[in-house]
Write a protein that binds this ligand. Structure first.
Ligand SMILES: Nc1ncnc2c1ncn2[C@@H]1O[C@H](COP(=O)(O)OP(=O)(O)OP(=O)(O)O)[C@@H](O)[C@H]1O
Ligand SMILES: [Mg+2]
Length: 306
């Protein structure tokens, strides 16, 4: 399965959440690869703790070079061997593969041409054979990366593979409106996708929303607020729920909600079990939310909201 991660706004938590989903799925035993398609700022390596690719790779075969036709294959980095996740430099027993395909260091955004669509299509087909989950972190907004993903997945050969889309947004009025615009609005994903040959309803069925950095009304953090603050937040939360429902990103279109976590507020990282259970710097709810989202991605019943 190929999963595209996108958002309208920048800084939504799209990459941190996607990296954590990839990690969780690998821990659950799936072979997972992560493609950094945020061409203007390919920094997924930093979140995974892969120092050599913290701001993209300098190997000469990052995704920019591969897609432009300058390398026969795109570099694959074994995250388990390159990052000290959970205090070790190796794959934990029972875990699946966890592989990063980094962008090029210094690589910028670029317009899409037919050659790129062909090479991208080849890459997705090869990776889909090799990995159970291919996670593609796209640039935010109506980007070239999104155009490329829509063009490639409209191709009848790729269309036989399951592709799903996650649209990340923060739990604020502006982010809700923006996320809805990216999917349903003019030149949005559905418009652009239809233009490339996608069936609109089918494409819409492949899209779900993920709320990030949410201050949950029933959480301990909420209880620490002054009564006036809780009353206001609770009432505004209801307004946001109504707005989300009206704009078609209500509960039935939502695949997950990740709570606001103090550690992630300050550091972009993979949350390992030790952070929660041993050093106790991360809230248990954060780990549970990543875990649940990682499972829901490929569960057809949960995807359909059954
Ligand atoms: N659940 C969370 N709680 C608190 N902070 C979070 C949470 N998720 C992400 N963040 C923080 O929000 C910031 C933006 O996250 P991230 O870089 O993942 O977003 P993005 O949408 O990929 O941004 P960009 O558009 O720059 O690629 C980071 O500092 C990250 O650590
Ligand atoms: Mg990002």
């Amino acid at each position: 399965m190929i999963i595209f991660a996108t958002s309208d706004k920048g800084g939504t938590g799209r990459s941190v959440t996607s990296c954590n989903i990839a990690y969780r799925r690998a821990m659950q035993g799936s072979n997972v690869c992560y493609l950094d398609f945020d061409f203007g700022s390919p920094t997924a390596g930093a979140i995974f703790g892969v120092e050599a690719a913290g701001q993209g790779t300098s190997s000469g075969s990052g995704l920019h070079t591969y897609l432009a036709g300058g390398a026969a294959d795109a570099e694959q980095l074994d995250i388990w061997a390159r990052s000290r996740l959970g205090g070790r430099w190796s794959k934990p027993l029972g875990a699946g593969r966890l592989t990063l395909l980094p962008g090029d260091a210094g690589g910028g955004d670029f317009p899409v041409d037919d050659g790129m669509v062909r090479r991208c299509s080849d890459l997705f087909l090869r990776l889909d054979e090799e990995f159970e989950l291919t996670l593609v972190d796209l640039s935010s907004g109506r980007s070239y990366a999104t155009e490329l993903a829509l063009r490639v997945t409209a191709d009848p050969i790729i269309a036989t593979k399951t592709a799903r889309w996650l649209v990340f947004h923060r739990w604020t009025r502006q982010h809700i409106v923006a996320a809805a615009g990216l999917v349903y609005g003019p030149q949005g994903i559905l418009d652009t996708g239809s233009g490339f040959g996608h069936e609109r309803r089918e494409l819409e069925d492949r899209i779900r929303f993920v709320r990030t950095a949410v201050l949950e009304p029933d959480s301990a953090q909420f209880a620490a607020l002054r009564p006036e603050q809780s009353v206001w937040l609770e009432s505004y939360n209801t307004d946001l729920e109504k707005l989300a429902g009206k704009l078609h990103l209500g509960m039935s279109m939502m695949l997950g909600s990740i709570p606001l976590d103090p550690v992630l507020q300050w550091r972009e990282q993979i949350i390992v079990e030790e952070d929660i259970a041993a050093v106790r710097i991360v809230n248990e709810e954060t780990g549970q939310a990543f875990e649940a989202l990682a499972r829901r991605l490929t569960d057809d019943n949960l995807w359909e909201g059954l």
